[in-house]
Design a binder for this molecule. Structure first.
Ligand SMILES: Cc1ncc(COP(=O)(O)O)c(C=O)c1O
Length: 433
């Protein structure tokens, strides 16, 4: 990254110092926030290229401005790679973020006041799906399903089907913000098809694990549309992909509002329905990231991330910690402190922060505490797996975390533990930083 950093140092030393400072934090500490990772040098650089200078309104082959030969090839490449990786009929690569992509999906696939069926707001919600503070909640009524019981952490599909038959939703949504298990997509799709609803999955947290069949792909189970952010836990630019099944036609012509035409309806929803100029430099970063994800070592990386999360779950359970859902099928585990008298997420998060480990708090279904003081701590392994830590290191780190929790009031001891963490961390550098 030297060239770019040199240019910034010459132009704006204050900004240069901030970048170097943050770079040091990211390389000496340990990143266990489940939704963070390290973008590769190629992905970072691709976003800082001359594509940032180019206006490219509309879609490849159908632009309004001239000189689109390169932008057309680049965006088409990103679309082709996304379709292959996620096994979809269509990919829209222009959505600015997860929230924007969700808006695009709702806006043109539904009519105002159509009902949407999704997870209970007090369970594993994400605000963008109809929390009362959002614009979306003023347009679409939401009916909510939940977990059958907190002991099994499974969705109550019978209750969900009863809700679907009663309210006839136009869309049924799957996936949430912090759920460590696989979902029964077949059952979701069955209910959606029975009531004529669109089956949509917001895969923001695990979208990348669908590549290479590491986890199940809802599009393989009769879902119509799937959205994934590209930055959470994934090493990609901050962006979103909208992937769908159906017939792709000319986005300049309005197609009929049928389920078959979902891909083109979505294209028209992203542009001009909701957004305007696509950010071509970010699409360049996405194209590079998709190419990296198509390489066999990405499969090994994704599988190792899961093995590391399982090792972490195992080790915490051996130490008698309580885990939400008792196990993990993906890249995250969630520690439950709701029954702990001495530890809560706040003490745990601050203690880990003091020894150089980043994690994040999380709410739980029917959490007795408010969202800013929830009972759980979410820990994810994608970032440290990018640095090629394996099960042995993860087990050592769990012991260091446990040691820190036992001595959370002893600042000298925590300072000593921080040195241990830094020493271990430096043995696993981010290769390109
Ligand atoms: C499930 C889910 N959907 C959508 C979003 C919104 O994504 P973005 O931050 O890219 O707008 C998030 C982000 O936290 C999320 O967890």
């Amino acid at each position: 990254m030297t060239n770019f950093l040199q240019a910034i140092a010459a132009s704006d030393p204050d900004m240069y110092n901030l970048i170097i400072w943050e770079q040091q934090r990211q390389t000496t500490g340990m990143e266990f926030i489940a939704s963070e990772n390290y973008q590769s040098a190629a992905v970072l650089h691709a976003q800082s290229t001359v594509f940032a200078n180019k206006y490219a309104e509309w879609y490849p082959g159908k632009r309004y401005y001239w000189w689109q030969e390169r932008t057309d090839v680049m965006e088409s490449l990103a679309i082709k790679r996304a379709k292959k990786l996620f096994r979809s009929d269509h990919a829209n690569v222009q959505a600015l973020s997860g929230a924007a992509a969700n808006l695009c999906i709702y806006w043109w696939l539904l009519q105002p006041w159509d009902t949407i069926l999704w997870m209970d707001l007090t369970h594993w919600w994400h605000l963008t799906h109809g929390h009362p503070v959002t614009f979306i909640s003023k347009i679409f009524p939401f009916v909510r399903y939940g977990m059958s019981d907190i002991a099994t952490w499974r969705i109550d599909f019978d209750a969900m089907r009863a809700l679907a038959l009663e309210h006839k939703p136009a869309m049924i949504l799957a996936w949430f913000s912090a759920y460590p298990r696989e979902l029964d997509y077949e059952r979701f799709a069955e209910i959606a098809h029975e009531v004529g609803a669109i089956a949509m999955a917001d895969m923001s947290h695990i979208g990348w694990l669908i590549a290479w069949w590491v986890l199940k792909n809802p599009l393989d189970y009769w879902f119509h549309v799937m959205m994934t952010t590209t930055h959470k836990s994934l090493r990609w630019p901050r962006w979103a992909l909208i992937l769908s099944k159906g017939k792709v036609s000319n986005p300049l012509k309005k197609p009929e509002d049928t389920i078959e035409n979902i891909p083109t309806r979505l294209d028209r929803s992203v542009f001009p329905g909701t957004q305007w100029w696509p950010h071509m430099h970010t699409i360049a970063g996405i194209a590079v990231a998709l190419h990296e994800a198509a390489q066999p070592d990405f499969k090994e990386y994704a599988q190792q991330t899961l093995r590391n999360a399982s090792a972490m779950a195992d080790e915490f359970m051996c130490l008698s910690y309580s885990l939400v859902t008792w196990w993990t099928d993906n890249h995250m585990i969630i520690l439950d402190f709701s029954a702990d008298d001495t530890l809560n997420w706040s003490i745990a998060e601050k203690t880990l922060d003091a020894i150089g480990i980043s994690t994040s708090k999380s709410t739980i279904p029917d959490d007795p505490n408010p969202p800013f003081r929830p009972s759980w701590l979410r820990i994810g392994t994608p970032a440290m797996t990018t640095r090629w830590m394996k099960e042995d290191e993860i087990k050592i780190i769990v012991w260091l975390m446990h040691d820190a929790f036992q001595h959370c009031d002893n600042h000298d001891y925590l300072a000593w533990l921080k040195k241990e963490i830094t020493a271990l961390s430096l043995q696993f550098p981010v290769p390109w930083l």
